[in-house]
Design a protein around this ligand. Structure first.
Ligand code: A2P
Length: 285
């Protein structure tokens, strides 16, 4: 790993560059908090913002981007299609709605948020094929520079690939110390699908974990910085969320130290200390 700052980039399978740390906004409330935290993140150097229709904060994210004064083309913006909008026609409508809320006519990355919403669980393969057809059209029309999925396991991606003309470039899943989802990670790597790590701090759970404290002391960094650095050294793209200016900045300062390979391994093995991913087939939404 040779990244020197949050703007250094991974390269997706289609050649698009994606800044190696993204600013997460799940649970960031719409309104002043979202506007000010995204502006703080941009001022702190982030050029990659991750939101979703279901987060309810797209309008604020869009406003923060405009008010930052940073050209739109210099910011990598991701949003996601929510469960009720699966299917070809609904996807195109949902894209327009997100686009309007964000105040931009293209996304850098558009993701299917969940593979198999309850509403479509009886025929999710067929519905995802229609959704993906719409994603491919958006991609071909340059309304999405990259397209991908989130919370997909191997079987969901394999089903998609049966009818896809374009393979997903990203899979965004829950990845943090102790939750490494080895099977889906290995599969995605074999298909050249970049893994984005949501909840890289275990939604904050890892911050108080005594196992992680040992490494914070050893490397003289915060637990959050250890988690983000670990994520990068594992080859994931972490998306830490914060609404606190000091912590937003702290989470960018992960390029002046390196975890030993043995420590990366040990941290990976703390199974469950930051919570675990759920089986998407059993989610009740
Ligand atoms: P806050 O937004 O008040 O900073 P994750 O990215 O895994 O979802 O974790 C997000 C949680 O971790 C939030 O509760 C966030 O709180 C907290 N958090 C983010 N960065 C830090 C940090 N550097 N130190 C302590 N807590 C943090």
């Amino acid at each position: 790993m040779t990244f020197k700052s949050v703007t250094d980039a991974y390269r997706l399978s289609n050649g698009v560059e994606i800044p190696c740390v993204g600013f997460g906004t799940w649970q960031t409330p719409e309104g002043e908090v979202a506007v000010s935290s995204v502006k703080t993140a941009l001022a702190a150097g982030y050029r990659h913002i991750d939101t979703a229709a279901i987060y309810g904060n797209e309008e604020s994210v869009g406003r923060a981007i405009r008010e930052s004064g940073i050209p739109r083309k210099d910011i990598f913006l991701t949003t996601k299609l929510w469960n009720e909008d699966h299917g070809y026609d609904s996807t195109l409508r949902a894209f327009e709605a997100s686009s309007r809320r964000l105040g931009t006519d293209y996304f850098d990355l558009y993701l299917i948020h969940w593979p198999n919403p309850v509403r479509f669980r009886a025929n999710w393969q067929e519905v995802n094929a229609g959704t993906w057809k719409a994603f491919e059209e958006l991609y071909n029309a340059k309304k999405a520079r990259a397209i991908g999925v989130s919370n997909f396991h191997q079987r969901h991606i394999e089903a998609l690939l049966k009818t896809a003309g374009i393979a997903p470039q990203v899979n965004q899943i829950r990845l943090c110390p102790g939750d490494t989802q080895d099977a889906v990670v290995e599969y995605c790597r074999s298909k050249n699908i970049l893994l984005e790590a949501y909840s890289p701090l275990g939604v904050g759970k890892l911050l108080g974990a005594p196992e992680m404290q040992v490494f914070a002391e050893k490397y003289r960094r915060s637990v959050a910085q250890i988690c983000i650095r670990w994520s990068l050294q594992r080859g994931y793209l972490p998306l830490p969320k914060s609404v606190n200016p000091g912590r937003i900045r702290e989470n960018t300062q992960v390029f002046d130290f390196e975890l030993s390979p043995g420590d990366v391994e040990t941290i990976a093995g703390f199974t469950g200390i930051g919570g675990m991913d759920r089986n998407p087939d059993e989610a009740d939404f």
